[in-house]
Design a protein around this ligand. Structure first.
Ligand SMILES: Nc1ncnc2c1ncn2[C@@H]1O[C@H](COP(=O)(O)OP(=O)(O)O)[C@@H](O)[C@H]1O
Ligand SMILES: [Mg+2]
Length: 275
């Protein structure tokens, strides 16, 4: 068991300086995952000492955390804490620019990739604005995601998970309700061979009843063993779904522990989540 796993179980806050030192101590050949200085096996997903910038704006300031296979991690923090920027850095989109750090998924170095390669290697980012393609039906939106290999779930399987999408398969995607568009965005991510699903505020702007519906679906996806990072302003909902929680504040990790620890710690929630 690695030191980080132990801390995950005890809910102990990992000092940033310590994490940074661990990441910088790693000495490894290019193309192979670095062994942790703590001696543990590299996790399924790891980001180590990630620093990312929008131009000269220094936003993601040395973020490190692990995600185990099949785990759901809630990435939380106040508005502007750097959650979206962290997801975007992981997905290797152009902005913010990754200037330092390593990001590994299933032994593949995402930090050496561009966003399309990261997607081919299993990153499935569902962005906050959902990006449903205009002029295409629900089914065409999904099929478009399956054009390039590696293909993930079949269309039928996606409709089994989201029957509403099946009912509306011929409808133009952008005319769906907000909740249905969110379902389509998640379905489209699953249509690719996803190893790590990154959900940025999937409940945003949705009615409570729709949130519950999507929550149920995410529970189902979890049962199937999908490894997921969920960013949510609705922290309580995310914590009920998640196994673990990472809290960001001003671009740094200030807490890494179990979701239950955050639910139980009112002071921590007030300090960093204002709930
Ligand atoms: N495109 C951008 N250019 C410059 N600064 C940005 C950009 N996007 C976000 N930021 C800044 O980065 C910080 C973190 O933003 P973000 O990652 O969106 O936070 P969160 O998702 O936690 O609300 C904020 O201070 C925000 O103003
Ligand atoms: Mg955000």
């Amino acid at each position: 068991m690695s030191a980080l796993e132990m801390s995950a179980e005890t809910g102990q806050v990992i000092p940033m300086k310590q994490q940074t030192a661990q990441a910088q101590e790693s000495d490894h050949a290019p193309g192979s995952p670095p062994a942790r200085s703590t001696g543990g096996q590299p996790a399924y997903f790891s980001c180590w000492d990630v620093h990312a910038y929008y131009g000269e704006s220094y936003i993601v300031q040395g973020v490190s955390f692990d995600v185990r296979e099949g785990e759901i991690v809630a990435l939380l923090g106040r508005n502007g804490a750097g959650k979206t920027s962290t997801l975007r850095a992981i997905a290797r989109v152009d902005d913010p620019q990754l200037r330092h750090g390593e990001i590994w998924l299933d032994h593949k170095p995402l930090h050496e990739m561009k966003s399309n390669e990261a997607a081919q290697n299993g990153i499935g980012l569902v962005p906050e604005d959902r990006r449903i393609i205009q002029g295409l039906t629900v089914e065409e939106n999904i099929k478009l995601a399956q054009i390039a290999p590696p293909v993930g779930w079949s269309i039928e399987r996606i409709y089994d998970l989201f029957p509403r999408l099946g009912e509306r398969r011929k409808q133009e995607g952008t005319t769906l309700s907000g909740g249905e568009q969110q379902m389509l965005a998640i379905g489209r991510a699953l249509a690719r061979d996803v190893k790590l699903l990154l959900l940025d505020e999937p409940y945003e702007g949705l009615a409570p009843v729709i949130v519950q519906e999507i929550e149920k679906t995410l529970e189902q996806i979890k049962t199937l063993g999908m490894t997921t990072i969920i960013v949510e302003q609705n922290a309580i909902a995310a914590l009920h779904l998640a196994d673990r929680a990472i809290i960001l504040d001003m671009g740094q990790v200030v807490f890494d522990g179990t979701a239950q620890d955050v639910l139980d710690d009112e002071d921590l929630r007030q300090q960093y989540l204002a709930i």
